[in-house]
Design a protein. Structure first.
Length: 580
């Protein structure tokens, strides 16, 4: 029998992943796993890479990262394929080809990787607790991070992959910038450096995505935060610096010579660039060099004795396009905060790319042109901030804990609603003649495919708030009698829209969210609904009226179904493919 709980935070990243855990009791000390197999030293993260060996258990992490990138069984950057947005496709086109070779989907590869990560984490927790039977003593709660810019379907795919990997049932998602903000702002609150009313922009710059989120400090003791601008983000993480550098080298040596470089030397070149150049590059960096094997000397291009000399001006061109995209996101977020009548005091840089000194200088220079008093803080433990924050978030949202959630209010990143036929009103200017249709159940006219938004983008969402929307389905009375003593099945399609002003009728900007399927336990209750005879068909029918309750979390959506204010059924959400 479980006497306590262990909360595990998993930062499932595009290029690196991390795990933290804490016992939900006592001082709730958060431990970050840093003793990874095959690593040269202790590190807070492990590469998000998996390599399938024929007829054997796949290797992963640092061991897999050492394999040749062009090996057809080697997978990296597969996480971005969990989101089906077309603009991601060109980044991982080679991964798609390799998926066919191993007969797996990106979601299945993600599940395989998470299974190996989870098995390793459980062994580390066993050693940390000193108990072989710790899983019998403790219950488990796991929080997995996802990019805030991801679609609802991509977030659901991540959750499905984690479930397939054998992670426990008590599993939830949190967006990466919120997890990072918890870590950073809690530490600043403990240091006594926060003031009520301060506004922070958290820029989580990782391997694949860059997410921004803005908070206003509502209270310091206890720490309470409210989101004060709709978060933004894009796919402009550090992997794009890697691809830009590879293109730069290819131009230097020529396509033919570059293609002839053995794969192990390409892998070493990119690893050296990542560890020796990219992480330390700043605006005042001196000349640097890395090994470049299998190429001829070319003094004009700075290549001598299988080493290439890298000039700071050349490296700036490699960094500038990607860093420029991040700076643009930061500037837009600051402007959004100002639009809401507030001013940003500090930019907090977290994530692996957030530790880059050149990115720091670019953002600082931009912010100082907006407000010379604005500061940019680059944290020393930026790499593990998200993974620690996921564990903090889990402790705050545990049924066994007494800690109140720190984030009290979020802003909706999407509008959410249902599509329904509304009574025709010729005075309603949003109705179009092409929408007009006959009401075969009640008689009269309807406006078809009208959007009813119960949450609009930018709406404040209080922690734990339930949104209610009424749904109605017309059913023949004979069907009700037949289903009186068995479960009744109903379904309601939900939609979402990322536009600042969602349309009043269904259109290209309105995307499928999910189908909420629910079963009514006691069908005889619905016999209390008024029966009527259709003036069109002559058949007796009833309108089954339900209330669908929706709770929006950081990255989760939960549903309840009620009839006359009583919970009368169970809900499941079937997420659809994103519309293109």
């Amino acid at each position: 029998m479980s006497i306590s709980e262990i909360v595990v935070g998993i930062d499932f990243g595009t290029t690196y992943s991390g795990v933290s855990w804490a016992v939900n009791g006592g001082n709730r000390k958060i431990r970050v796993i840093s003793d990874w197999e095959e690593a040269n030293s202790t590190r807070d993260k492990v590469p998000t890479v998996i390599h399938y060996r024929d007829g054997d258990t796949p290797c992963w992490g640092y061991e897999a990262a050492a394999q040749g990138r062009d090996s057809l069984n080697n997978f990296r950057w597969f996480k971005v394929l969990l989101d089906s947005k077309p603009r991601y496709a060109h980044i991982v086109s080679s991964v798609k080809d390799r998926l066919k070779r191993v007969h797996k989907s990106a979601q299945e590869v993600a599940a395989d990787y998470l299974r190996l990560l989870w098995d390793y984490a459980k062994e580390e927790i066993r050693k940390g607790t000193g108990m072989d039977d710790w899983q019998e003593v403790y219950s488990l709660k796991v929080v997995v991070t996802v990019p805030a810019v991801w679609s609802p379907r991509a977030k659901e795919r991540t959750k499905e992959a984690a479930k397939s990997a054998g992670l426990p049932d008590d599993l939830t998602l949190v967006v990466e910038p919120e997890a990072a903000a918890l870590t950073v702002l809690k530490e600043r609150a403990d240091d006594g450096t926060l003031e009520v009313g301060e506004v922070f922009v958290v820029c989580d710059a990782g391997g694949g995505t860059v997410d921004l989120i803005s908070y206003k400090v509502r209270s310091v003791q206890p720490l309470e935060l409210e989101e004060c601008a709709v978060g933004t983000g894009d796919l402009c993480g550090s992997i794009f610096v890697d691809t830009a550098f590879e293109k730069f080298i290819k131009v230097k040596v020529g396509d033919k010579q570059y293609d002839n470089i053995r794969e192990r030397w390409k892998t070493k070149m990119l690893r050296d660039f990542d560890e020796k150049v990219k992480r330390n590059f700043s605006s005042d960096t001196k000349m640097s060099s890395i090994e470049l094997r299998d190429v001829q000397d070319d003094a004009q291009q700075g290549i001598e004795d299988e080493t290439i000399l890298l000039h700071p001006n050349e490296l700036r061109t490699v960094f500038d396009m990607v860093c420029g995209q991040v700076v643009n996101l930061v500037e837009k977020q600051i402007a959004e905060v100002a639009h809401n009548g507030l001013s940003v005091k500090t930019i907090l840089l977290v994530g692996g790319f957030g530790a880059n000194r050149y990115l720091y200088h670019r953002i600082l220079s931009s912010c100082r042109t907006i407000d010379e008093k604005m500061t940019v803080i680059q944290l020393k433990d930026a790499w593990s901030a998200i993974c620690r924050g996921a564990c903090l978030w889990g402790l705050e949202h545990s049924s066994q804990g007494s800690q109140a959630p720190t984030v009290k209010t979020r802003l909706a990143r999407y509008s959410y609603g249902i599509c329904r036929d509304l009574p025709w009103d010729p005075k309603n200017k949003s109705f179009s003649e092409q929408d007009k249709k006959k009401d075969t159940a009640h008689g009269g006219l309807l406006a078809k495919d009208q959007m009813v938004w119960f949450i609009e983008k930018g709406d404040p969402i209080e922690e734990g708030m339930l949104y209610r929307t009424q749904i109605s389905q017309t059913v023949k009375t004979g069907v009700f009698r037949a289903m009186t003593f068995r479960q009744n099945h109903f379904s309601q399609q939900l939609w979402y829209c990322s536009s600042n002003e969602p349309p009043t009728r269904q259109g290209p900007s309105v995307k499928r969210l999910c189908s909420v399927d629910f079963e009514i336990w006691t069908g005889w209750l619905l016999l209390h609904e008024n029966a009527f005879k259709s003036p069109v068909t002559g058949k007796r029918t009833r309108d089954a009226n339900f209330d669908l309750l929706i709770k929006l979390g950081s990255a989760n959506i939960d549903f309840e179904i009620k009839w006359r204010d009583e919970i009368v059924g169970t809900c499941t959400a079937d997420y659809k493919e994103d519309a293109s």
